[in-house]
Design a protein around this ligand. Sequence first.
Ligand SMILES: Cc1ncc(COP(=O)(O)O)c(C=O)c1O
Length: 405
Amino acid sequence: MNTDLIQVEHGYFNQHSMVVQKKSNLLKNYSRYSVQFEYGDGYFLFDKQGNKYLDFLSGIAVTSFGHNNKKIKDAVLEQVNKLWHTSNLFESDQQEKLAEVLAEKTNLEYVFFCNSGTEANEAAIKFARKWGKGKSNIIAAKNSFHGRTMGSLSATGQEKLWQGFFPMTPGFSFVEFGNITELINEYNKNPESTAAVMLEPIQGESGIIVPPKNYLKSVREFCDKNNLLLIIDEIQTGMGRTGKLFCYQYEDIKPDIVTVAKGIANGLPLAAVICTKEVGDEIKPGDHGSTFGGNPVALSAALSVIDMVDDNLLKNNIILGNLLQKAIKKLNSEKIKEVRGMGLMIGVELHQGVSAKNIAKLLLEKNVVVGTSGDSVLRLLPPFIINMKAINQFLESFKNVLKIL
Ligand SMILES: Cc1ncc(COP(=O)(O)O)c(C=O)c1O
């Protein structure tokens, strides 16, 4: 350690008494808040000093059933005591079981398990190209987010995220989200080589952008007419967050490929690609795989999660989400431009000059954890187990923060 530095709680003083960055061997790819949570219970998190925080972020749409959920914990502990890992060389009852439920609930056929959202999208891109038999182009949306690995990053319509990492994987083009005419025009530039359209049902990372009603339905019709696959990225919207198991189900469509991660195992690393028989039949042994994907411990959590995402819970997510949206609008703050979203995926867009990051920081100081999307949108992704008490606690803190801005 550098002896010129004097340690204080969240950093070090140098000889000029300026707080400098704490020495760390961790890569500087995240800008972190200087809070560390030590344990969680329900919709509360507790830091190392024992301070209690209201969790309205759920680890970015992951811990949907809160922390320390008994049913999930018991299932995980039971599996931990039995077996941690074999390999995908062997059969797995847990994988079979969850695949059966996911296939039944989506009316799709095959499921591939992996570990993270970006990996699920990588697999979806490969599956679409294999199905395409030479047709390899995928039309995605501007301002989309599909992940950080090279294929998913290339499918992500945000040039700022590409900087420093060129060349991108070829074969992706981008159209305005929600604009079917742009999609048709883009397809018409390259019909022979286009295999698929890839979309989030609500764009999460770029500000909880909800497309116009029937947009996905029109895209589905267009894909059917032109023999294109429709890939729906439900990584943030899925597993009940928006009030349906999968958000595309609001439009009564059937995608060809659905990718799922985040909330699927309440915090253990798991992701899934669900696809039609037609797509899945193209994938042969050796075409794709994962060492850890479909790990039995993560699967035991996921089987408990899917069991709890029933119709009552989904209805409740819609009621709670509407209540929360209405109450935020009622705050009538001149700082707030728009409140939008579906179920418990809510974006609060702020007027120009009001920083979402600043509000998130001030809320954290008031022991409330929220997220942001870009500079101007506050992102609320509370766990499904919240109630009026939690909502009122959030509103009280939010009101106070808006006052002191
Ligand atoms: C819609 C969407 N797709 C993909 C990803 C990438 O998931 P992961 O971080 O698990 O790789 C995210 C993550 O935020 C996402 O929101």
